[in-house]
Write a protein that binds this ligand. Structure first.
Ligand code: PLP
Length: 440
């Protein structure tokens, strides 16, 4: 096993950039969780990325266990994706007209996720969930939406109530600036609680346009649906004429080739009506999608009355990157994700157990997260019982040894198919010291 590098804590170039950034960008970052607020310290500014590694502006290399929060499933600068991006960009950056790659990417999605008959391409996961929600409201003529505490669906007004990810990290109950009228149409229920779901539908079922859920929630840490929960969502929504929206922005094309649906879907009686996708399908570029039943999608403009649009939707470079990434996701890729993820998770368990740090690791396919508490974790309330201070010490020890974890205890750890044995060994070699730091 190669020894991990040991870096001094100070990162002078990142610190200088962070100071400059903080003058002109609120909090110095363009997405809150990047700011390291929950673990403390200075975020590392990256200069480049190759395969499983990031290199920061101080010239230090890190094994990347963030993978851009999911998209980089093949690793950074994968040769065939890079070539597709070069090739597409030589033919122009944006046309504002239909183009071939949009069709190929839409077909790639429809071919992989069986219940999806049509998709509309957008530029971010937030846009996808926002649009799916509008479509569900337009289709049903109802306005109430049901979501689950700890599920994050992007920063859509109606969905920012009790959300996970950065909202969990900062323990914000809600966001300022979301009108009460908007949040008032949202019902938030505890995850994995069939009784709460059925009671709510018994009272207000005829007002509910849609239930939206993360297919396997990864934004409060990984909390997969308990057996029967997804089936209960399908049964209850159908009984009351509401749509079921499965948010696969994170799990799509990652948990399996057909996302979480590919793992659980066939065991549930009936498919979700709508899906949302992002991350992997853009290959690191801004591309996302929502799609599902043809009769529902027919309500979108220009065929139907639900308006939705985008200057950069279906961008030719982003769609080329996404298509090359999906084509690159072979069975061998999923096998490698699983091997690398399990090797890392086994190491975490061994080292944290050796020093008596309470923890549990939960999975959805090859996706996993480490909770710094005993399991099982079935809901957001459970996830909030973690020792986040212990995670912070663990995180900084890993960082100083050249391993970049997500800077929050509420996030999944992401690997790529480029995480070879050398990269995994570097993670494993860093774990004993990090576990000791966590136990301190
Ligand atoms: N839905 C889920 C499940 C997500 O994990 C995310 C982002 O982390 C989003 C939606 C929002 O996607 P984006 O950040 O591209 O707007």
């Amino acid at each position: 096993t190669s020894q991990p590098p040991s870096y001094p804590y100070a990162a002078p170039a990142s610190e200088a950039w962070f100071e400059r950034a903080s003058a002109v960008i609120p909090g110095g970052v363009n997405s809150p969780v990047r700011a390291f607020r929950s673990v403390g310290g200075t975020p590392r500014f990256m200069a480049s990325a190759t395969g499983p590694y990031l290199t920061d502006v101080d010239g230090r290399e890190y094994v990347d266990l963030v993978c851009s929060w999911g998209p980089m499933i093949l690793g950074h600068q994968h040769p065939t994706v890079l070539e597709a991006v070069h090739e597409a960009s030589r033919r122009g950056f944006s046309y504002g007209t239909p183009s071939e790659n949009e069709v190929l990417l839409a077909e790639a999605i429809v071919n992989r996720v069986e219940p999806v008959e049509q998709v509309r391409l957008v530029s971010s996961g937030t846009e996808a969930t926002m649009s799916a929600l509008r479509l569900a409201r337009g289709f049903t003529g109802r306005s109430v939406v049901v979501k689950f505490a700890g599920c994050y669906h992007g920063h859509v007004d109606a969905l920012l109530a009790h959300a996970g990810s950065g909202v969990a990290t900062f323990a914000l109950p809600d966001s300022a600036g979301v009108p009460a009228s908007s949040a008032g149409e949202t019902i938030v229920l505890p995850y994995n609680d069939v009784r709460a779901l059925e009671e709510t539908f018994a009272r207000r079922g005829d007002e509910v346009a849609a239930v939206i859920t993360e297919a396997a929630p990864g934004n409060m840490g990984m909390v997969p649906p308990a057996p029967g929960f997804t089936a209960a969502l399908r049964r209850t929504t159908r009984e009351h004429g509401a749509l079921l929206i499965s948010d696969e922005v994170m799990t799509g094309f990652r948990a399996s080739a057909a996302g979480w649906y590919g793992l659980e879907g066939p065991t549930v009686h009936g498919s979700p009506d709508l899906f949302t996708f992002g991350k992997v399908m853009g290959g690191g570029f801004p591309a996302a999608a929502f799609g599902g039943r043809r009769d529902v999608m027919a309500h979108l403009a220009p065929s139907g009355p639900v308006y939705q649009a985008g200057t950069l939707s279906g961008n030719p470079v982003a769609t080329a990157a996404g298509l090359a990434t999906l084509r690159g996701c072979t069975p061998a890729v999923y096998e490698r994700l699983e091997q690398a993820a399990h090797a890392i998770a086994d190491g975490v368990t061994a080292e944290l157990s050796a020093v008596g740090v309470a923890h549990t690791i939960q999975w959805a396919g090859s996706m996993f997260s480490v909770f710094f508490r005993e399991g099982p974790v079935l809901s957001y309330a459970d996830a909030q019982g973690q020792d986040t201070a212990a995670f912070g010490r663990f995180f900084h020890s890993m960082l100083s040894q050249g391993v970049h974890l997500p800077p929050s205890a509420y996030e999944c750890w992401f690997v790529s198919a480029a995480h070879d044995d050398a990269a995994v060994d570097r993670v494993l070699a860093a774990l004993p010291a990090a576990a000791r730091a966590a136990s301190a």
